[in-house]
Ligand binder design. Structure first.
Ligand SMILES: C[S@@+](CC[C@H](N)C(=O)[O-])C[C@H]1O[C@@H](n2cnc3c(N)ncnc32)[C@H](O)[C@@H]1O
Length: 472
């Protein structure tokens, strides 16, 4: 399942062994209470959650960087983590955990089924040479405005425009803007071809593609503020005449500034490894090789909660030349998406009484009990694998949100806790947080009736656990 093309390890000055090669000894968990953790407002409503690389490119259900930052600091204070230790995030998204891991002097390994998330994680978490960035940016931008102006003029004169159209669906982009996006894509491709194959150059090219991905989304008819693919109204499309050059260059300069700031504060001696892979099947990781897991899993199957694939589809097709079907597959590959279906585990209901009650409520309402069981069967496969790869007694942090299905609340935090208990994890404490600012389908009604709404998710829980102790 590992896609070698997107498996990147940034190993500039790295001197330690990777989790895929070794299995160091376990440490004893420290005996600590948690007053400090309970004094913190984990909602981080007034905090700047868009600092440096966390800002320029949005990703659905991003975790505030303050969560991993605070917890890495905390576990460094307790002695659970020391610099050079390994962090594993099975659900990387934009790479918030990987960025904060490096800032804390930790190595990280991240997985995601979404190729766009893998690119974004690498673009965000791996520092780059600032002077090379400037040189490459100048090469990319020299003559770009004139070239795009030329495209506009040819389009208005009905002249032919020589570009290979990307595999996006017709009707989702204005013209000539789609051609202009292609011209930027082609310039990046030429730059890449003229550049030596070296991690630092690849990183710069990736950064340019991330800025193009953002521009693609802004230019398309996709409605802002929504993660599912919905177009703006027909009437509004006539007025939608975005300036590709302005959007791209503004975004590029914001991205480069953010990366410069990050590069100045981030240690360059850490490793950031990102794999496009399904975390249900992480057999490539060695047992007892990870020092901490800190992750926010999806709230439910992508199709009915947050459609990460739909969100990423056009940006990945335009900026990376990804295939249309491949991008459509992402929402089926996510947990509960019924790809390579695992045998549903009815025993999950014995291990988690809360899951049993929840499924009963769904069955009584003729609700989506099978879908819920599929999701938790998939999720359990990841929990099981995490139990295998984390060193005994080391911290494991799940940031989970509770959704509803068929109007039945799904207490994912309790179900996670009970399933983890079954696997031998120890629960240390649970921290609650509000998520008022997220762009989520807060009020989707299952019936889809106008005016009928239903709160899907208003809070998240941070579950602090310890990995199972080794059995004799
Ligand atoms: C809540 S998001 C993570 C957000 C991330 N913490 C951030 O700050 O950006 C969950 C991610 O899990 C990924 N995902 C879902 N199922 C997966 C699986 N089976 N294996 C790996 N990644 C998966 C989704 O593609 C999505 O990017």
């Amino acid at each position: 399942m590992v896609n070698e093309a997107t498996a990147t390890t940034d190993t500039d000055h790295f001197a330690d062994s990777t989790p895929m090669k070794s299995g160091p000894a376990s440490r004893q968990p420290p005996q600590v209470e948690f007053p400090l953790l309970h004094c913190i407002d984990w909602s981080f409503n007034d905090a700047d959650t868009d600092e440096h690389v966390h800002g320029p490119h949005n990703y659905p259900a991003q975790m505030p960087p303050q969560i991993p930052r605070t917890l890495f600091q905390y576990f460094q204070l307790t002695g659970d983590l020391t610099r050079g230790d390994w962090v594993y995030d099975p659900f990387s998204g934009s790479g918030t955990t990987a960025v904060e891991a490096r800032l804390a002097g930790l190595n990280s390994l991240s997985h995601d089924v979404n190729p766009f998330a893998c690119e974004l994680t690498q673009a965000n978490a791996i520092p780059l040479d600032p002077s090379l960035l400037t040189v490459f940016r100048d090469r990319l931008l020299t003559g770009l405005q004139t070239e795009l102006q030329n495209v506009r003029e040819r389009h208005h004169a009905d002249a032919e425009i020589a570009v290979q159209k990307p595999a996006v669906r017709e009707g989702w982009f204005p013209y000539p803007q789609l051609y202009e996006l292609c011209k930027i894509r082609d310039r990046i491709t030429v730059l890449k071809a003229e550049t030596p194959d070296a991690p630092v150059c690849d990183g710069i090219i990736r950064l340019f593609r991330v800025a193009l991905a953002y521009t693609t989304r802004r230019v398309s008819y996709q409605r802002n503020g929504e993660f599912k693919r919905h177009r703006i109204a027909d009437a509004d499309r006539d007025d939608h005449d975005p300036d590709v050059f302005d959007i791209f260059t503004d975004q590029l300069s914001e991205t480069i500034d953010a990366l410069r700031t990050y590069t100045a504060i981030a240690p360059h001696t850490c490793t950031t490894t990102v794999l496009q892979t399904d975390s249900r099947k992480a057999e490539h990781l060695d047992p007892n090789s990870i020092d901490i897991v800190l992750t926010s899993p999806p709230y439910g199957d992508h199709a009915t909660t947050v459609a990460y694939g739909q969100y990423s589809q056009d940006p990945a097709i335009v900026a990376w030349g990804r295939d249309y079907e491949e991008m459509r597959q992402v929402d089926k590959d996510g947990l509960g998406g019924k790809n390579e279906i695992l045998e549903p585990l009815p025993t999950l209901e014995q291990w988690s009484p809360t899951l049993a009650e929840t499924l009963d409520s769904l069955r009584k309402k003729d609700g989506r009990a099978d879908d819920a069981l599929d999701f938790f069967t998939d999720f359990y496969a990841v929990l099981e694998d995490v139990a295998r790869v984390v060193k005994p007694g080391q911290p494991v942090v799940w940031v989970v949100g509770n959704r509803t299905m068929s109007r039945v609340p799904i207490p994912t935090h309790l179900i996670t806790l009970e399933l983890c208990n079954h696997l031998g994890f120890t629960h240390e404490t649970t921290l609650a947080r509000d998520i008022p600012d997220k762009t989520l389908p807060w009020e989707n009604a299952p019936e889809n009736l106008p005016g009928v709404t239903n709160e899907l998710m208003a809070s998240e829980y941070i579950l602090l656990m310890r990995a199972p102790e080794a059995t004799a």
